[in-house]
Design a protein around this ligand. Sequence first.
Ligand code: ZN
Length: 80
Amino acid sequence: MPNLITRARSHTTRNNKNVYGLEERNALFSKDPDVRKFDPERILCNMCDKWIALPPEDHLQAVQKWLQHRAGCRGGTGVT
Ligand SMILES: [Zn+2]
C-alpha cells in the first residue's frame, strides 16, 4: 500500500508553527522516561516532582517548555 507512505507527513514545510500536533506531542511525552504524567495543560516531571504548566494549544511551545525544564532539571539548576 504505497498510499499510506505518501500520506505520512511529507509536508516538510518551513512553517514552524505546527511542527508538533497533539499526537506527536503526546507520543514524545509518553516515550520520555522523565515524564511521569501529562495532560493537555501540564506535565509532571519525574525528576523534581513538579507540574509544569503547558500551553494546551501550542504544541511546539509545550514541547520546548518541557525540554527546557528537563534540561534544567538534569543540570541541577531546577528551572521552573
Ligand atoms: Zn523537573
